[in-house]
Write a protein of this length. Structure first.
Length: 151
């Protein structure tokens, strides 16, 4: 959690942070299942996928879309998109259940690092950079994503 500023007071950031907490718990569960060779690994993977897929899409149509046009942020947002693409080609891949234990653990490490970057760098930076109109657009994108997810 970002304790260095009051960025969680902004509703969309609070929402993404809450999702990060849930994804972090599901990732920790999957890690335990993989490390212990548990047969429940597929269920843990599928629970993580169900939370992670919509979360990535929400960030992309919300925060990323509002930030990428800001001076100096195109490259930064491109890196984050690249990290999402890596998650889609590993943990979210249709073949993810076939991944070896070391591959799953490496993908979970990447995901954890990505979430840290967002919590400690992206969120505080967004708070400084985005204006009220941009935040309203992020909130509207979240509403769209949430409506889509519950449909
Ligand atoms: Fe992300
Ligand atoms: Fe995220």
């Amino acid at each position: 959690m970002c304790d260095h500023c009051d960025c969680r007071e902004l509703a969309p950031i609070g929402e993404l942070s809450t999702e990060h907490e849930r994804i972090g718990s599901l990732a920790a569960l999957l890690r335990r299942e993989v490390e212990s060779g548990s047969p429940d690994r597929a269920a843990a993977l599928s629970a993580l996928q169900a939370a992670l897929g919509p979360h990535l899409a929400k960030e992309e149509i919300g925060l990323f879309a509002q930030l990428e046009g800001r001076p100096g942020f195109a490259w930064y947002v491109e890196q984050l998109h690249g990290e999402h693409a890596r998650a889609r080609s590993s943990l979210l891949s249709p073949d993810a259940v076939q991944m070896s234990a070391p591959e799953v653990l490496a993908a979970l490490d990447d995901l954890s690092e990505h979430i840290q970057t967002e919590e400690y760098d992206l969120f505080p930076a967004s708070r400084l950079i985005l204006d009220d109109l941009a935040w309203a657009k992020v909130a509207a994108a979240h509403d769209t994503a949430n409506a889509h997810a519950t449909r």
